[in-house]
Design a protein around this ligand. Structure first.
Ligand code: RUQ
Ligand code: CUA
Length: 664
């Protein structure tokens, strides 16, 4: 149980009743239809219909599944080190995890958003947020690798992120925790929250050609918690909507103190207006420190740059940027329907779902139908913004996705179900139990202008009795539904990595057609690349030893090295000379305190090793690459500190004895 929303107040009794019932549904085993097996069966050798990118929660990674099979295709390290791939261990990838706090080897990854063009998924990049040390990552979908990570200053718990605008102009990042600004003295009493703690929403621009991210500007807001967000589309294009909670500005026992008010707010942000001000030079340049890390597929290396400034726009001074809309009971999900007219807020302690209308919000702004202000921000009257409420849909609504046919699907954490309802008349059309307590759900393209529909996946927080016991912890569980008919049909369960929150999915073709198969060796610009076996060498520079080593099935060149001394800093620069798809080689050396390297065809990666004692150290390939993979090995001799053994290296130089043995 990772994120239990503690039931409180008047809902308690109902919650206990529903909660218990939800935990032991009758006939859970018969929940699937008779054709379910056929619907999820992908025959051997056949591809899945869709890629499903699933956030990894506290694993800091992103995992990729096939839909409908639920087969795990790949785990992409993003904010966490991954010894399997050498991510965060090779010299080239270490800078990717750099932050203003130093190297942070772990992250808490909640939300994903695929890049869009005209409100539709374009298959280029996947953006990922990090909650703990606020960061946003861009994953390149050609290589399925993290290409860029940018840290967010003036933020803590980057939760309402990385949601994107219709043409991927911006990725947003709203702070979960309000805190004093980075350039102010943060050494203040915690109970000075109301005075000293501020909230920010950051707009990160994305370059249309290569996707490079840049922190454009930040909006300064009153201290509270920013939760989820989604951009407008169509008529609401140019706007962004954020759910917030803790408008009480509590700093302790939030479970109670941040649930006092009947309503918190959905924030409507006119980002086009904010951008206009920013471009006109408005806002204040503020000194900050944040890391911007980029990985190059040419040098096969990352760089980390420390940036030192950001532009902060205080919304108090620009009253036409932000408006607040009251939303019942600690809103969580904030979702915009494919038409762009309807904004769904989900109060996690509410027993109804409010649906707001963009055109009504605009009318209320024009007519100033306000109900006072919150920290200087106009509060639109609830009724003036409201399209209507879905009555008695269930308990604890969290997140909503859309099928593009006029229907919305909402997860209910407390009553453990998915409820399908009609956007037009707000009537509940269908409900289906989930096992158990779903957080997010995902319909392929479900937050775009053009949902793919057909499938829905629920990401459940609590697994309980769904799988064979595996000790005290159980994998979180995904459940695949068929939503092509009037009624939802449960097709399959499959465990997922980390704790998934939001996810994205896209028809496979959009991504598979561009997938990188190899890196061209001629284009390798790594400063320590070895172009061909004949160029392999070992170079001593003081106590640093650079080993230029190649790999090809099934040997290293060189594979015998002598002249290394205790206390040396040894750098193995390995270039994989293969030019065939799916032929990585691995590299490991006994006693190295980093992980292995896994080097793709045409790529160079470096393992740093500081041997502590003299002796003979085997090296070998870790990835089964050919029939003679087990022969892909070598030796490194390490001599004492003062030794006079000269540097030497060789490949295939056997002793006469061995040669004559071989000839026999
Ligand atoms: S959250 S379970 Cu971190 Cu997206 Cu709602
Ligand atoms: Cu190379 Cu195994």
């Amino acid at each position: 149980m990772k994120k239990i929303l503690l039931p409180i107040l008047s809902l308690t009794a109902a919650i206990i009743l529903f909660g218990m019932a939800g935990c032991k549904p009758k006939n859970a085993g018969d929940a699937t239809g008779s054709d379910a097996a056929a619907r999820v069966y992908v025959p051997p050798g056949k591809y899945d219909e869709l890629y499903n990118f699933v956030s990894g929660g506290f694993s800091g990674q992103v995992s990729v599944y096939g839909i409908p099979s639920g087969r795990l295709l790949r785990v992409i390290p993003v904010f966490s080190v991954d010894p399997e791939k050498g991510w965060g261990y090779s010299e080239e990838t270490k800078p990717m995890l750099n932050t203003s706090h130093g190297e942070v080897p772990w992250g808490d990854q909640h939300h994903l958003d695929l890049s869009q063009t005209n409100g539709e998924i374009d298959g280029r990049w996947l953006f990922a947020n990090e909650n703990n040390t606020p960061r946003v990552a861009r994953i390149d979908l050609k290589t399925f690798r993290t290409a860029e990570i940018i840290e967010i200053p003036n933020s803590a718990g980057n939760h309402s992120s990385p949601f994107i605008t219709e043409n991927t102009e911006y990725v947003v990042a709203g702070t979960r925790f309000s805190v004093p600004m980075d350039n102010e003295n943060g050494d203040v009493p915690i109970d000075s929250y109301k005075k000293n703690f501020k909230g920010t929403i950051s707009f990160i621009s994305v370059a249309p050609t290569d996707g490079e991210m840049k922190l454009a500007f930040q909006l300064l807001l009153p201290g509270m918690n920013f939760d989820l967000s989604h951009s407008g589309k169509g008529p609401s294009s140019g706007w962004f909507f954020f759910s917030t909670y803790n408008s009480e500005q509590a700093h302790t026992l939030l479970e109670v103190n941040a649930s006092k008010r009947d309503k918190d707010y959905i924030l409507a942000v006119n980002w086009k207006k904010a951008e206009e001000y920013f471009k006109a030079g408005k806002g204040k340049k503020v000194p900050v420190k944040y890391a911007h890390n980029k990985y190059s597929d040419e040098t096969h290396s990352a760089t980390s740059t420390m940036e030192t400034e950001t532009t902060v726009i205080d919304v108090k001074d620009f009253p036409d940027i932000v408006y607040m809309i009251p939303c019942p009971k600690s809103p969580h999900g904030c979702d915009v329907d494919p038409s762009g007219e309807y904004i769904v807020g989900s109060g996690k302690l509410a027993a109804l779902i409010p649906v707001f209308s963009f055109s009504k919000i605009q009318a209320a702004i024009t007519n100033k139908t306000f109900d006072g202000d919150y920290g200087g921000i106009p509060v639109i009257k609830y009724e003036a913004a409201l399209y209507g409420e879905v009555k008695k849909p269930g308990l604890g609504p969290l997140h909503t996705e859309f099928d593009g046919k006029g229907n919305a699907y909402t997860t209910f954490f407390i009553s453990s179900e998915i409820v399908k309802w009609s956007i037009k008349d707000l009537k509940v059309l269908d409900r289906h139990a989930t096992y158990y307590s779903p957080g997010h759900l995902m319909i392929p393209g479900g937050d775009t202008k053009k949902p793919y529909g057909k499938y829905l996946v629920a990401y459940n927080k609590i697994t309980k009795d769904r799988y064979l016991p595996t000790g005290p912890e159980l994998a979180q569980s995904a459940q695949l539904f068929d939503i092509s008919g009037d009624k939802m049909k449960l097709l399959a369960d499959y465990p997922s990595i980390g704790e998934p929150h939001y996810a994205q999915a896209v028809p496979a073709e959009l991504i598979s057609k561009n997938s990188t198969k190899i890196f061209k060796i001629d284009a390798n610009k790594h400063p320590y690349a070895t172009m061909g076996e004949k160029n392999a060498k070992v170079v001593r520079e003081g106590n640093k030893v650079h080993i230029y080593m190649t790999m090809i099935r099934s040997h290293f060149s060189p594979d015998n090295i002598e002249g290394i001394k205790v206390g040396d800093e040894v750098y193995f620069h390995l270039t994989n000379l293969e030019q065939d798809w799916d032929v990585p080689h691995g590299f490991a050396v006994k006693g190295a305190t980093t992980a292995e390297l896994l080097i793709m065809p045409g790529e160079t990666q470096t393992l740093k090793w500081t041997p502590l004692k003299e002796g003979i150290y085997p090296i070998y390939c870790t990835d089964f690459c050919s029939a003679l993979h087990q022969e892909m090995q070598g030796y490194v001799r390490v001599s004492t500190k003062g030794s006079t053994v000269p540097i030497s290296f060789s490949l295939g130089k056997n002793s006469d004895a061995a040669d004559s043995l071989l000839k026999k």
